[in-house]
Every structure is written in C-alpha cells, then in structure tokens.
Design a protein around this ligand. Structure first.
Ligand SMILES: Nc1ncnc2c1ncn2[C@@H]1O[C@H](COP(=O)(O)OP(=O)(O)OP(=O)(O)O)[C@@H](O)[C@H]1O
Ligand SMILES: [Mg+2]
Length: 402
C-alpha cells in the first residue's frame, strides 16, 4: 500500500458482498474481506490490510462483530469499527460496550455511508497522530472545566450549572457539555426537560470506554445545542461512579469540548473533589443566610488545606436581594472574596425549572437571566487569557480554540 493511502476494510459473509459508495469523490480505497470464523482470525486479516476503518456488513454475525470490535479496541484502538445495521438502543449499548464506533443503516444513501467511513478514518488518524506526537502521555486538553460547588443543598447549584451551560452553549454551538455529578439525586435532565437514553450510571457498567463511546452517552438539549451527561438512573449506579472515573470522563470531554460545566452534590464528596482537581474554574455558591455563608467559608478553607488552589474561583451569591439583615459587604468579609455575581431571587427560576426549561432561554429579558448570561461571559476566554492547569499548578497555557 502506498504511503498516505486511506483504506477501509469491508467485511461481509458473502464473498460477493459490495459496499455502496458514491461513484465519485471518495477519498479512500476499499479492501474486501470475507468474514473469518473467529475474532482473532478476523483481527489478523484486518491488520494485514492496514485499514484504519472497518465496515461490518449486515450478514456478519453480531457476536463475531462484537468480539472483533472488542479485540481491536484492546490491541488496535486506532482502528474504528462501523456496523451496518438498523440502530436500536439495545444495539447501541452493546456497541458501546464492545468499542464499535458507529452504526450506519444499511439503507442509507451512498454519500452518508462515505461520510461515516471518512469520519471513522479521520478518528483513526487522530488517534495515531496523538500517539505519535504525545507518546500517549500528553493530554490533548483544551476545554475550560467549570465546577459549580456549594456546601449546602438547595443553594441553586443545579439552577446555575444548567443555565450557565445553556448560556455558554448558545454562543458556542456544539462546544459545551454539562455533567451531572450529583449522582444520587441529580436532576439536570429533569430541569432541562430531557429524557436521556443513557446516563453516567450506565457508563460505570462498561469495562473500558474511549471518548467516542463516551459521546454516545451524551444527550442533546436541542434548544441550545448543549450536550448533557445525565446523572445516574439509580443511587446504586451513581455510587459506582468513582473519583477515577470522574477524572477520566472530565479529561476526555475537556479534550473535545471548549466548555465542560459540572454540577455537583452538596458538600465535597469524592466526585466533587475529583472534578475540582481537573477544573480550571470553581463557582463557589452561597445564599443570603449565615449558615450558608459559614459553610462556604469552611469549604474554601478545606480546599486551601487540600492544596486545591490552582483553579480560578468565582464567588456567586444567589438570592442576593433577600432581606435578612445581611449586606453584601458582610458576606464578602466573611468569605474573604468579592462577590463576582449576585443573582436576585425570582419566581421565574422555579417556574422555568418546573417546566423543564432554562430561564436564560425562557425569560431572556429577566434580571436573573441577564445576570447569568453576564456571569457566563467570565468564562469566555480571550486568546491571551492564561489558564492554570490543575495537577500542574504552576505553569500556564493558552486555551486552544478550534
Ligand atoms: N435565584 C433564585 N430565585 C428563586 N428560586 C431559586 C433561585 N435559585 C434557586 N432557586 C430554587 O431553589 C431550589 C433549589 O435550587 P437548585 O436545585 O438549583 O439547588 P441545588 O443547590 O442544586 O440543590 P441540591 O443540593 O439539592 O442539588 C429550586 O426550586 C430552584 O428553583
Ligand atoms: Mg442540585
């Protein structure tokens, strides 16, 4: 094979099987293989073609397809398997578990087929080149990771995380993802009116996953273009989400999205700590009551003691206009930070949330929506805006944009 040739390996049980492609403008070669009897034999034959994408015809038995995909995922992760089948949620789940990258309908247009195979080839090339340049050790991180925190339940974390993410998504189409890390009682999907097919809880059942698989677990919020990694379906599933898994999920998403917003449970559980460790920014929230403010001050001290000081901190005071005998100045003194944003109390907030809508879209002219949109602008970096990398603490890098 000549250098630079892109090859797709088409596997079918029928020796006369054919892949339907457009007559012109196809930028890759196709090599046909007749399906072997076992996954190892299939992998060996595929490896000999040098292909970075494999297209499995509808007549190749599903167990053979899945076993081959899993073996390739282990030993040749740069090779993407595309399955010709009618996709169903069950098939997607099996595909995700076995490392199949895409499912394409056998009845799709030739151009669609070519586009799917090209995407699979390009993914393979990206994996190959990142391995070559980084030796598999340097993160391709580019996104800004914003973690919303508060020691107290009910302080408005989910309201802020969801509206902040929607606001960022509206000005950065396809570039923003929101993760629900409140694994036991998370309600991001509900407040955004989403019915997710897959949740972060189901992800914990997979033995391994890569970023392509992870993306299959995202649910799109159509009115903003935001992607959501929904919280777990059950508390048991949620508990299975370890700090290591949280770190992996955030790293993978930050490599692909410009903004990763994370909603957390009240307090500092192990998932929140893992998220903070991989964050560029923390939104620290309190509301206008002494208990909430004291708790936040303690949480900040705890973060300091744990050395979690590399992230930018943003202090957001919710329901700041509540008249309880406290002034904003008192709060700033107690917390030791200026208030970066103050949100008013507004009945529009529960009204929107109860309807599964984001207030920034539902009531864009309201004071509360405008404050949130203004706050979101803090995270839109200028090209020369340095961001400190968590883990590295000292050095700075400039955010790379697409
Ligand atoms: N600025 C606001 N004005 C009026 N109501 C608000 C405001 N912020 C939040 N709320 C309401 O307060 C309640 C709690 O908000 P939210 O669910 O966002 O808090 P939370 O910190 O995520 O809670 P939990 O810790 O239980 O997850 C919701 O009913 C929400 O509508
Ligand atoms: Mg919440």
């Amino acid at each position: 094979m000549s250098a630079g040739t892109r090859t797709v390996c088409f596997v079918s049980a029928d020796p006369n099987g054919e892949l339907l492609l457009p007559e012109e403008d196809v930028t890759f070669d196709v090599t046909h293989l007749v399906a072997a009897q076992s996954a190892p034999a299939m992998v060996e034959a595929i490896e000999q073609t040098g292909a970075l994408a494999v297209c499995m015809a509808v007549d190749v038995p599903e167990t053979l397809v899945m076993d081959t995909a899993m073996l390739l995922d282990e030993i040749r992760p740069e090779v993407s398997v595309v399955l010709l089948r009618v996709a169903t949620p069950t098939l997607w789940q099996a595909a995700a578990r076995h490392g199949v990258r895409d499912i394409v309908s056998p009845d799709c247009a030739a151009s669609e087929m070519a586009a799917a195979l090209l995407a699979a080839l390009e993914r393979g090339e990206r994996v190959e080149s990142s391995r070559a340049t980084a030796g598999g050790t340097v993160s391709s991180r580019r996104g800004r990771v914003v973690v919303v925190l508060s020691p107290k339940g009910g302080s408005g974390k989910t309201m802020v995380a969801s509206n902040l993410a929607v606001s960022l998504a509206c000005s950065n189409t396809g570039e923003t993802v929101l993760i629900d890390l409140d694994c036991v009682f998370g309600d991001i999907a509900t407040v955004l009116g989403l019915v997710p097919d897959r949740t972060v809880g189901q992800l914990t059942a997979l033995p391994t996953f890569d970023s392509t698989t992870l993306k299959m677990f995202l649910t799109r919020h159509d009115s903003s273009g935001l992607f959501v990694l929904a919280g777990s379906g059950t508390p048991e599933e949620g508990e299975a989400l370890s700090d290591a898994l949280v770190a992996q999920i955030i790293e993978m998403l930050a490599a692909d999205f410009a903004y990763v917003v994370v909603d957390t449970a009240a307090g500092l559980d192990e998932r929140a700590l893992a998220a903070i460790d991989h964050a560029t920014d923390c939104v620290l929230m309190a509301s206008m009551d002494v208990a909430s403010i004291r708790s936040l001050a303690k949480e900040i001290s705890a973060l300091d003691r744990m050395g979690m000081v590399a992230q930018r901190r943003h202090f957001l005071l919710n329901r700041a206009d509540t008249r309880v005998g406290l002034e904003v100045g008192d709060v700033e003194t107690a917390i030791g930070m200026p208030v970066d944003a103050a949100l008013p109390s507004s009945r529009l907030v529960p009204l929107s949330m109860n309807h599964g809508h984001a207030v920034v879209l539902d009531e864009p002219d309201s004071n509360v929506a405008q404050r949130i949109v203004g706050f979101a602008q803090r995270f839109t970096p200028r090209p020369d805006d340095p961001i400190r990398l968590p883990g590295e603490r000292k050095p700075a890098f400039s955010l790379r944009r697409r």
